[in-house]
Design a protein around this ligand. Sequence first.
Ligand code: 3HC
Length: 311
Amino acid sequence: MEDIKNLEHFQAKIDRGDKIEPNDWMPDAYRKSLVRMMSQHAHSEIVGMLPEGNWLTRAPSLRRKMIAMAKIQDEAGHGLYLYSAAETLGTPREELLHALHTGKAKYSSIFNYPTLTWADMGMVGWLVDGAAMVNQVSLIGTSYGPYSRAMVRICKEEAFHNRQGYEIVATLCDGTPEQKEMAQEALNRWWWPSLMMFGPKGEASVHSEQSLKWKIKTEDNESLRQSFIDMTVPQAEARGLKIPDDNLKWNEEENRYEYSEIQWDEFFNVIKGNGVMNSKRVAARKDAHDNGAWVRDAAEAYAKKQAQKVA
Ligand code: 3HC
């Protein structure tokens, strides 16, 4: 009886638009879904540092190198906010990271694609961070307080990531024919995987119905994907780039772009762990974690010493 009353009270809070805080009563399934989604979001942030890390030593100018370093540092900070926010639900960070290192936990499909040319750095900022921004702006409205507040700071920094990426693309498009071609070739590789970032559609989005009822998500995958497409196509056209989709066309009546069916078998194959870069990404994260153990030990030892001084 008590749980039924708690659930009714909980749903009434959600329906009123109240935020749920760590010490509030919440259904186990709400807690579980948030730990899943927030930890995978955090994993995406720290894995998301790797594609750009690959170009740090090869950036075409000191300015580009400094911007890339700032962005990569931001992503590390985003991971920190999100792991800290996820820990408020009671799952220790070591457990979350173990799930990543053992392949049990997912991270965003997009990071399993290689960054082959400098134009890819532009696509990662313009398309990947652009898609992440559309998704994360909607998550500012999520019902879980710590997650919603983490999104506010992350979205501000994501805007910088998106703009610096578009600037790289614009510079290439205004450059030599070879540079323009490099941008187009990168767009051809990154367009569809960027659309896949928003997740599967319809029934295949197994969490959406409950997540929307509990306002963990405020919009479904398809509507976020559509917002991203409608925002991004004019940006490509402004630079004389062609979106690699022959069926892309503006639907005046519905005020949106129509587009071809996404290759969902590729998406599900990648999230099953068969992406080109999957094993390298997980190995790199595990390596960084293992090699960073001494930093965590030193920080813990210092904290213990400080605590003894105060006691
Ligand atoms: N990559 C990997 N797995 C994905 C995915 C994707 N793009 N989209 C969906 N999935 C997985 C889900 O995790 C779920 O599997 P699980 O049960 O093992 O967790 C399954 O596919 C079914 O998908 P659902 O649509 O039911 O899952 P969700 O309701 O969780 O929706 C989501 C998927 C839209 C990605 C949602 O989890 C979400 O909004 N997450 C928070 C935002 C986020 O993680 N963004 C990732 C990019 S962050 C980024 O790029 C930062 C950059 O700046 C570095």
